[in-house]
Design a protein around this ligand. Structure first.
Ligand SMILES: O=c1[nH]c(=O)c2[nH]c(=O)[nH]c2[nH]1
Length: 328
């Protein structure tokens, strides 16, 4: 077998669903407060993550071909490695933890040449509790949330004697937003395959995964640099743009959410979207009294969109806007 063929082979192993619950992690403080969001930081009294790790290395070949486990770090040990490092982690961000734990794997085990680690943060929300002064957020009891969550992926690789970040991405996953009115969809191709009526007002329900990449990776790791972008802020930008825009399509909506992200956060190099159309089916347009309608869940199949944007898209949009305003 040639070296090239070996290099291209798929070969990795690892552990998924490594649940990490760390109490009293460093509070997250270094975020810029933006007009679209009330988010200004997080106490991190509970810092939860569901982590997946995969390691690679040419030397693992004999574990597959010869049953030779002499270089195998058991995936059970990987789980313990991640959990013990959660105790040593001094940072406040998921990204920082992934970078720290991945780097530690490569520093500890020379047979590993690359580590891919991703996490979905487990969102713990504040909950109000009553006392003689009224209702205030508890600093002891939190609500395990099943709504959207922050996510991140880091790939670290050995390059000569050093360890580099080969890929990184932050995100918010499974955001579900419904806008009851003020969305249209019309003007699309009409031919012998078209049965969908045009609509000037639809109850637009979307599922969104949004990802972003920083120009300087350090900004993702260390909130004390003041440039950390939190998933809650991105969620709130998405909701604000959805609220403000009378969107002609999901395609247009996600483009405008992307522009707003790039506008607010000059530290971001790239943003991307995966959206899913779950527009409710209208059952009754009118109700006995008042302006209501009745809807139900849509039936499959579901449409989707994918879109990525860089800072150049923002520059182009700003140039267009200026031209239209007659300023150029
Ligand atoms: O926002 C939308 N984009 C589409 O491409 C599409 N196609 C469709 O049937 N409904 C919608 N909605």
């Amino acid at each position: 077998m040639t070296y090239e063929a070996a290099k291209e082979r798929t070969m990795y192993y690892g552990k998924g669903d490594v649940w990490v619950f760390r109490s009293y992690a460093k509070p997250l403080t270094g975020v810029k407060v933006i007009p679209e969001s009330s988010f200004s930081g997080r106490g991190n009294v509970l810092f939860g993550m569901n982590i997946k790790v995969a390691v690679k290395g040419e030397q693992f070949i004999t574990s597959f071909t010869e049953g030779d486990n002499s270089l195998i770090v058991a995936t059970d040990s990987m789980k313990n490695f991640i959990l013990r490092h959660a105790a040593d982690y001094t940072g406040a961000t998921v990204e920082g933890f992934l970078e720290y734990a991945s780097r530690s794997f490569l520093e500890t085990y020379p047979q590993m040449t690359g580590v891919r680690m991703s996490a979905e943060q487990v969102p713990f929300e504040e909950i109000g509790v009553g006392n003689t002064n009224g209702i205030a957020a508890s600093d002891l009891v939190f609500k395990y949330s099943h709504n959207e969550s922050a996510s991140a992926t880091f790939v670290l690789e050995r390059e000569g004697d050093s360890i580099i970040v080969a890929e990184h991405q932050s995100g918010v996953m499974n955001l579900r937003l419904i806008k009851v009115k003020g969305s249209s969809f019309s003007g699309f191709v009409r031919d012998e395959y078209t049965t969908l009526p045009e609509t000037s007002d639809r109850p637009l329900f979307i599922f969104l995964n949004i990802h972003w990449k920083y120009t300087e990776i350090e900004d993702a790791l260390d909130d004390t640099r003041g440039n950390y972008v939190d998933a809650e802020q991105i969620r709130d930008i998405a909701a604000t743009v959805f609220h403000e825009n009378n969107s002609p399509s999901i395609q247009s909506l996600i483009y405008h959410i992307g522009l707003r992200m790039l506008q607010n956060f000059s530290q971001l190099a790239e943003v991307s979207f995966e959206s899913n159309n779950r527009t409710w089916e209208t059952i009754a347009l009118t109700v006995a009294e008042g302006p209501g309608s009745v809807f139900t869940e849509p039936r499959p199949p579901y449409g989707f969109q994918g879109f990525s944007m860089t800072r150049e898209d923002l520059t182009a949009a700003q140039r267009n806007e200026a031209q239209q305003a007659g300023r150029v």
